[in-house]
Design a binder for this molecule. Structure first.
Ligand SMILES: Nc1ncnc2c1ncn2[C@@H]1O[C@H](COP(=O)(O)OP(=O)(O)OP(=O)(O)O)[C@@H](O)[C@H]1O
Ligand SMILES: [Mg+2]
Length: 220
């Protein structure tokens, strides 16, 4: 599932809710967020996704999950220090990640992968996620991503195409209605807020939740 929207439209809020619900239903949630400053750090998002899970495993379990991919995938995941003479090729890491995450998804189902701010994800992680998600249609994990569509780098065209492949998707987050802005304002400022004021705020913020919350804070 892909959710798109400009800054402040509620993507992180929505994914946080999905994360909470998935956890309540007993899912294993693997979560990561692209970072503007880490965009050039290869496999940064993949490490965020997988490191917490690996940290919770015993030595034996970790070795079993990595299997014969330990020396290929381990360094990219920061689990094994890169061997001096060993420089795993890029495709090898991608293939190894496919295996490792498929193993996790099958053995630990239900698994939910969440990537927020995918427009800032490093290209290596996005390349892996694009390939994995295309195949994961036949696999059990749910993959949910969110991004600002205008800020997705051109090199991620395959990722964009994948997100578009499913009919009405990606889901574009709609602006808040006048009524919703009214509810938010009354929640922050009290029940005395009248209809005309709500409409005025709505026209200023164009229903952007972030702008609406900020406006309410300024008025307070
Ligand atoms: N549906 C909503 N109702 C009320 N408030 C909301 C809603 N969605 C988001 N907000 C509020 O709006 C603010 C911005 O939301 P959020 O951080 O989820 O936006 P975003 O789309 O992730 O933005 P960015 O692209 O900058 O990461 C937050 O303070 C959040 O509490
Ligand atoms: Mg966000």
């Amino acid at each position: 599932m892909a959710y798109v929207g400009q800054a402040g439209m509620g993507k992180t809020t929505l994914l946080a809710q999905a994360r909470r619900r998935a956890a309540v239903h007993g899912c294993i949630v693997l979560w990561a967020r692209g970072g503007e400053r880490e965009q050039r750090v290869a496999f940064h998002v993949v490490r965020q996704l997988l490191q917490p899970l690996f940290a919770s495993l015993s030595e034996e379990e970790r070795a079993r999950v990595l299997g014969s991919w330990a020396n290929v995938v381990g360094p990219a995941l920061g689990l094994v220090s890169p061997d001096a003479g060993l420089s795993p090729d890029h495709q090898g890491v991608i293939d190894g990640l496919d295996w490792v995450v498929t193993d996790i998804a099958v053995r630990r189902a239900p698994v939910v992968l969440i990537v927020d701010d995918a427009h800032w994800a490093d290209s290596e992680s996005l390349e892996w996620l694009t390939g994995f998600t295309a195949r994961a249609e036949e696999l059990p994990p749910l993959v949910a991503v969110a991004y600002r569509p205008d800020e997705l780098p051109p090199v991620t065209e395959a990722f964009r195409r994948l997100a578009k492949r499913h009919g009405s998707r990606p889901y574009e987050l709609a602006p808040l209605t006048v009524e919703a802005v009214g509810l938010l304002l009354r929640d922050k400022l009290g029940e005395g807020v009248d209809e005309a004021f709500c409409r005025e705020c709505w026209s200023i913020t164009e229903g952007n939740p972030f702008e609406t919350v900020e406006l309410a804070i300024k008025i307070l």
